[in-house]
Ligand binder design. Structure first.
Ligand code: GLN
Length: 478
C-alpha cells in the first residue's frame, strides 16, 4: 500500500522494524501533494525544502509529515492567518506546539488555508483562495481549519494542527471524515497562536484515526510557562487506556442538540451511533441542557468583542500590511480597509459596538453571565454521565457558495460546537457514517481534562465502524 494511505501508528511500526525509512514516507506524501493539491487547494504555503531530519527520538511522530494551520507561528515560514494584512509576516519565533513537534522530529510540509483569523465555518473567508472538500470538490471542507482537514483527508498529510474557537477543528473534521480534538482550554499551549478570541481559542489535532490523534496529543499537550492560561497539571499518556472500551460508561444525549434544523442524514447517522454504543455496553441517558439555546448569541457577542480588541494591533505601524495615507489615522484606516475582508470588518464592528460604553452592560456583560449558565449546564450533566454525544454540525458539508451571502446562516452551522468553547471543556469529533458519499461526524464532549476518556470512547466506536483512515478521492476516483 502507498505509504501516504497508512496511519502514523502503522508507519511508525514499519520504520521501527527497518522495513522503510522516514524519508520514504515524506516522499510518498509529497508525491500525493503533487497529484491532488491542484484540485484540493489545502495549502497557503508549501515548504518545498522540508525533509525528515534525524533526531534522537523514539516518538512515533519522528519523521512523520504533517501540516500546520496558518495562524500558528512558524519561525522563518510565513504565517498569514488567511489574511492579506499578514501576507508578508514571517514570525521570528515558533509557537510552543511547533517547538514540541520539532523536538521529536516531526516534519512540517506546509501551512494550511483557513478562514481569515479563524472567522468562518467553510474556509471561503480566506483572503487567498477557496479550499475544496476532497470527498466532493463542489463542497466546502468546513472551517475555519478547512485546509488542515482537507490535507489530512486527502492524504497530503498524516497529521495536522488546527485551532478551535467555536468549532474550527471539529466541524471541518466532520465535513472531511477525519478525527479532530479540541482539548480543554489551557491543556495545549497557545504561545504563538495568533489570537482571535482569547478566552475561547485552543490549538488541537486532526488525524485519520483516533489512535493517531492520541499520539499527536501526547506530543503537543502539557504545561507551558509562556502561556499564562496553561494548566499546570501532568498529562496522561493518551494511548494508555484507549482500548478499554465503553462497557458500563454512561453516555448522555442532550436533547437540545437533537432538535429542529438537524438534517435527516445526520439524525439517522447519530441514531445508529447511539445504538452501536448501546450494543457495546454503554448506558444511554437523556440529559437536559436548558441554556443551550442562548449559546450562539452568547458566542457571537463574546468572540466578536474579543476579536475587535485583538485585531486592533493591525494598525499599519507594528507589522503586516501598510497602505500609506495623508496622516497616521488615514494610513491606519486604509491599511485596515484593504487588509481585512468583509467578514472580519463585520466582526470588528459588531465587537466594537457591544463593547461601547452605552451597550457594554446590555450585551457584553450579559453574555458573560449567560456563559456561566452554559458552563453550569455542563457541570450538571457531568454529574450524571461520563461523556455527552451530539452532532458536530446540523448538516453534512454544504456546497461552495451556498451560505456566503447570508452570514447568519453561516453562524447557525456552529450551533453544536460553540457551547464547548464557552464552557472550556474538551470534545472529539469523529466520523460516524458516510451517507451519499459524504462523511457525517459525531461529537463526544467530556469534563475538563477528560481527553483520554474521549479518545477511549471514540476508539471503541471506530473499532466497530470501520470508518478509520479513509482517504478521499479528490475527484480522481481514488
Ligand atoms: N465558525 C466560528 C466563527 O466563525 C468558529 C470559528 C473558530 O473556531 N475559529 O467564529
Amino acid at each position: 500500500m502507498e505509504m501516504f494511505r497508512q496511519t502514523i501508528n502503522q508507519l511508525h511500526k514499519r520504520i521501527s522494524n527497518g522495513e522503510i525509512v522516514a524519508a520514504d514516507v515524506v516522499e510518498s506524501v509529497k508525491q500525493r501533494i503533487a497529484a491532488v493539491e491542484p484540485a484540493v487547494k489545502a495549502f497557503i504555503t508549501i515548504c518545498d525544502d522540508s525533509e525528515a531530519v534525524a533526531v534522537e527520538s523514539s516518538s512515533p511522530l519522528a519523521g512523520m509529515p504533517g501540516v500546520v494551520k496558518d495562524n500558528i507561528c512558524t519561525q522563518g515560514i510565513r504565517t498569514t492567518c488567511g489574511s492579506r494584512i499578514l501576507e508578508n509576516f514571517i514570525p521570528p519565533y515558533n509557537a510552543t506546539v511547533i517547538d514540541r513537534l520539532n523536538a521529536v522530529g516531526a516534519v512540517v510540509l506546509g501551512k494550511t488555508n483557513q478562514d481569515e483569523f479563524g472567522m468562518g465555518s467553510s474556509t471561503e473567508n480566506s483572503g487567498y483562495h477557496i479550499t475544496c472538500n476532497p470527498w466532493d470538490l463542489s463542497r466546502v471542507p468546513g472551517g475555519s481549519s478547512g485546509g488542515s482537514a482537507a490535507a489530512v483527508a486527502s492524504g497530503q498529510a498524516l497529521w495536522a494542527l488546527g485551532s478551535d474557537t467555536g468549532g474550527s477543528i471539529r466541524q471541518p473534521a466532520a465535513f472531511c471524515g477525519i478525527v479532530g480534538m479540541k482539548p480543554t482550554y489551557g491543556r495545549v499551549s497557545r504561545y504563538g497562536l495568533v489570537a482571535y478570541a482569547s478566552s475561547l481559542d485552543t490549538i488541537g489535532t486532526l488525524t485519520r484515526d483516533v489512535y493517531d490523534n492520541a499520539l499527536l496529543m501526547n506530543v503537543i499537550a502539557g504545561y507551558d510557562e509562556r502561556d499564562s492560561t496553561s494548566i499546570n497539571a501532568p498529562c496522561e499518556d493518551y494511548t494508555a487506556g484507549i482500548y478499554d472500551g465503553v462497557r458500563g460508561l454512561k453516555i448522555g444525549l442532550p436533547k437540545q442538540y437533537f432538535g429542529e434544523g438537524l438534517s435527516a442524514e445526520v439524525a439517522a447517522a447519530l441514531e445508529q451511533a447511539v445504538q452501536t454504543y448501546r450494543d457495546l455496553g454503554a448506558e444511554i441517558i437523556e440529559v437536559d441542557m436548558p441554556n443551550t439555546k442562548y449559546a450562539l448569541a452568547t458566542y457571537y457577542i463574546i468572540a466578536t468583542a474579543e476579536a475587535s480588541s485583538n485585531l486592533a494591533r493591525y494598525d499599519g505601524v507594528s507589522y503586516g500590511l501598510r497602505v500609506e495615507g495623508k496622516n497616521i489615522v488615514d494610513m491606519s484606516e486604509r491599511t485596515r480597509e484593504q487588509g481585512f475582508s468583509e467578514e472580519v470588518r463585520r466582526r470588528i464592528m459588531l465587537g466594537t459596538y457591544t463593547l461601547s460604553a452605552g451597550y457594554y452592560d446590555a450585551y457584553y456583560n450579559k453574555a458573560l453571565k449567560v456563559r456561566r449558565l452554559i458552563k453550569n449546564d455542563f457541570d450538571a450533566a457531568f454529574l450524571q454521565v461520563d461523556v455527552l454525544l451530539t452532532p458536530v454540525a446540523p448538516t453534512q458539508a454544504f456546497k461552495i457558495g451556498e451560505k456566503t451571502d447570508d452570514p447568519l446562516a453561516m453562524y447557525l452551522s456552529d450551533i453544536c460546537t460553540v457551547t464547548v468553547n464557552l464552557a472550556g471543556v474538551p470534545a472529539l469529533s469523529l466520523p460516524c457514517a458516510f451517507t451519499n458519499n459524504l462523511p457525517v461526524g459525531m461529537q463526544l464532549i467530556g469534563a475538563p481534562l477528560s481527553e483520554a476518556l474521549l479518545l477511549r470512547v471514540g476508539c471503541a466506536f471506530e473499532q466497530t465502524s470501520g470508518l478509520a483512515n479513509k482517504i478521499a478521492p479528490c475527484g480522481g476516483g481514488k
